[in-house]
Design a protein around this ligand. Structure first.
Ligand code: CDP
Ligand code: MG
Length: 140
C-alpha cells in the first residue's frame, strides 16, 4: 500500500480536556507520522466552509458552533494507507458504536463531541490539507 497523507483535527472537546498528547500517541502507535500540526482558533467562516458538505444536515449549525467553541489542533498525518488507517484509529462517528482501543471509544463524549475529524477519501484529504496548510508547513 502506498504512503498517503490525510487531514486530522483534534476537536474542541478533546483540546479542552487536555487530550492532545494522548490522541497523538494513538496516531503514532498506529504508525502514522504527524508531519504538520498547529493549534488554531477556528472561525465560524472556516467551520462553515470546512463542513459545507453537511450544510443540509440538521446538526450543521450545532457542529459549526462546537468547532469554534475552543481551540482545535489541525494536523497532517502520513503513513502507509494513512486515510483508512486513521479512520480505523478514530473509530465510528458515534462513540457508542466505536471499537475498543479507538480514539472515539476512549475519549469521545457523544456523536457530536467526538474528539477527532479525519478525511474519508484521497480527494477530501487533499482538499482538507490544502484548506489549512501551505506546502511549506508540511515536513515529512
Ligand atoms: O466525522 P465522521 O466522518 O465520522 O462523521 P460525519 O458523518 O462526516 O459527520 C461529521 C461530524 O458531524 C461528526 O464527526 C460529528 O461531529 C457531527 N455529527 C453530529 O453531530 N451528529 C450526527 N448525527 C452525525 C455527525
Ligand atoms: Mg466525515
Amino acid at each position: 500500500m502506498a504512503i498517503e497523507r490525510t487531514f486530522s483535527i483534534i476537536k474542541p472537546d478533546a483540546t479542552k480536556r487536555n487530550l492532545t498528547g494522548k490522541i497523538n500517541a494513538k496516531f503514532e502507535e498506529a504508525g502514522l507520522r504527524i508531519v504538520a500540526q498547529k493549534r488554531i482558533q477556528m472561525t465560524m467562516e472556516q467551520a462553515g466552509q470546512f463542513y459545507a458538505v453537511h450544510k443540509e444536515r440538521p446538526f450543521y449549525g450545532e457542529l459549526c458552533e462546537f468547532m469554534v467553541s475552543e481551540p482545535v489542533v489541525v494536523q497532517v498525518l502520513e503513513g502507509e494507507g494513512a486515510i483508512l488507517k486513521n479512520r480505523e484509529v478514530m473509530g465510528a462517528t458515534n462513540p457508542a458504536d466505536a471499537a475498543d482501543g479507538t480514539i472515539r471509544k476512549e475519549f469521545a463524549l457523544s456523536v457530536g463531541e467526538n474528539s477527532v475529524h479525519g478525511s474519508d477519501a484521497p480527494e477530501t484529504a487533499a482538499e482538507e490539507i490544502a484548506f489549512f496548510f501551505s506546502g511549506l508547513e508540511i515536513v515529512g
